[in-house]
Design a protein around this ligand. Structure first.
Ligand SMILES: Nc1ncnc2c1ncn2[C@@H]1O[C@H](COP(=O)(O)OP(=O)(O)OP(=O)(O)O)[C@@H](O)[C@H]1O
Length: 304
């Protein structure tokens, strides 16, 4: 049963993404129903955390939302709608960046444009998907030559420098090859690429899990600052419930393919409703002491 809380952070904020009753099955023998009837709304600029133990379907859901599912995975039902900035309907014009888009219906060029331009993705292994024989400069330029073919080289170079600065990497690193960068820097480069086209939504699936804790913290802090500055919404997936409580506006708790509870981070922390959420909280020693102080606020993450 879903325990959907009445209170949302700010209902005057427009929705950016609506996920309605999405189900995804791996068509193997026997079939695995990895995501079952998941619904939620992501608001502009919101960070929605997706929590739940390994195997509960978080990554499958992220792939479904971004249309990255590959056989044997099949979306067996539901709708994913990306709302236009103006909140109006597309009227069939899926090329319009401002339009409301039926994500499940996208094909070919429309789908390519939807990814990166409007919704971008950073996965745990992203840093290993940089091309080892191309410099950071060539790979960043590639994003623009592919998606903004009219952009002049000088403007592209300027944008690439700005992007690296945004994610805390010295623009001198444009000349580096991936193996000359640390894991943290490579992941920052991937975040720069994901930001390149000013997407409305970023899906981040364990984006810092492979990194050491100090680098993790610093990258998360930067993502938070960039979110405030650039206004994109984030679906943030991780096993790390204490981290989610710090950084999320709302948290959806998944179990066995379903969202069992959805509430503000503070509600989930202070007054969990579902038994499973209580169990999950209890499994983190840092969260299971006295529930007196909700001290792990965003201020702490932002270092304010
Ligand atoms: N290619 C596949 N074929 C069959 N079943 C799969 C496949 N990939 C994933 N599954 C199953 O789908 C379910 C959801 O997996 P998923 O990777 O989405 O979970 P998760 O919550 O993201 O886990 P983790 O946190 O470990 O990444 C699991 O039961 C998993 O075994």
């Amino acid at each position: 049963m879903i325990v959907e809380r009445a209170a949302e952070p700010d209902l005057t904020v427009q929705p950016v993404l609506t996920v309605e009753d999405v189900s995804i099955r791996y068509e193997v023998d026997p079939p695995v129903d990895a995501v079952r009837g998941v619904s939620f709304t992501l608001h502009r600029g919101e960070i929605l955390g997706l929590a739940g133990e390994s195997g509960c379907g978080k990554t499958t859901l992220a792939y479904g939302i971004t249309r990255l599912l590959k056989p044997p995975a099949v979306m067996t039902g539901g709708r994913v709608v990306l709302h236009g900035r103006a909140g109006r309907d597309a009227g069939g014009d899926q090329d319009d960046d401002e339009a409301t888009t039926d994500v499940v219906a996208l094909t070919g060029e429309e789908l390519r444009r939807f990814r990166w331009d409007r919704v971008s993705i950073v996965f745990q292994g992203s840093m290993n998907s940089l091309n080892p024989v191309m410099t950071v400069r060539d790979q960043l330029h590639d994003v623009f030559t592919t998606h903004r073919p009219g952009m002049r080289r000088r403007v592209r170079e300027q944008r690439c420098r700005e992007l690296l600065e945004l994610v805390g990497v010295d623009p001198a690193r444009l000349a580096s090859f991936p193996h000359q960068l640390s894991g943290g820097m490579r992941q920052r480069v991937m975040i720069a690429m994901a930001l390149a086209l000013d997407p409305q939504v970023m899906v981040m699936d364990e984006p810092t899990t492979a990194l050491d804790v100090v680098v993790q913290r610093s990258i998360i802090r930067e993502i938070m600052v960039l979110r405030e500055r650039l206004g994109f919404a984030v679906i943030f997936i991780t096993h790390d419930l204490p981290l989610l409580i710090e950084i999320s506006d709302r948290i959806a708790v998944m179990r066995d393919g379903e969202v069992v509870e959805l509430g503000t981070a503070e509600q989930i922390y202070r007054a969990p409703q579902a038994d499973y959420t209580k169990q999950l909280l209890a499994s983190f020693p840092s969260l299971s002491g006295t529930r007196g102080g909700f001290v792990r606020g965003r201020e702490e993450v932002l270092g304010a």
